[in-house]
Design a protein around this ligand. Structure first.
Ligand SMILES: [Zn+2]
Length: 142
């Protein structure tokens, strides 16, 4: 490796590499320069030799995809809930249970973030969850 710690990575998709047009970017390829410390460089060498026929670009791409899966994708995530007293009967968005006027349901508050269930857009429909569903959801993400 004559680049002494400098790695050039081709980011993009080639149909022969994975067979899946996951990013939908066709054959466009972008050259990126970045540096790795020695330890990370060795790790990249080892993994690319062992699993990717020495192809470092593919190795980094696979690592990023794995990381993205782990972190979740970018979008709108529920940051919290604002309680609302119903002025008419309403169904819980999640479980469908009907609640009468005067009961308290919770309207989700969205913010940008990364999550496996992140939404591409803020949902347009009215969305009120009951306390049981809010508890379940926050227990899962906690
Ligand atoms: Zn519910």
């Amino acid at each position: 490796m004559p680049l002494s710690g400098k790695i050039i990575v081709e980011i993009g998709h080639r149909s022969t590499q994975t067979g899946r047009a996951k990013l939908g970017v066709g054959d466009r390829v972008k050259r990126l320069n970045f540096t790795l410390d020695e330890e990370a460089g060795i790790l990249l060498d080892q993994i690319s030799e062992k699993y990717y026929h020495g192809n470092k670009s593919l190795t980094v791409r696979a690592a990023l995809e794995s990381l993205a899966t782990h972190l979740g994708h970018a979008g709108w995530v529920i940051a919290g809930y604002a309680p609302m007293v119903l002025d008419h009967e309403e169904n819980c968005h999640s479980c469908g249970t009907e609640y009468a006027g005067g009961e308290v349901l919770y309207r989700p508050v969205f913010q940008r973030g990364n999550a496996p269930d992140a939404m591409q857009q803020i949902p347009q429909e009215s969305w009120l969850d009951c306390s049981k569903c809010v508890e379940m959801r926050t227990a899962v993400s906690a």
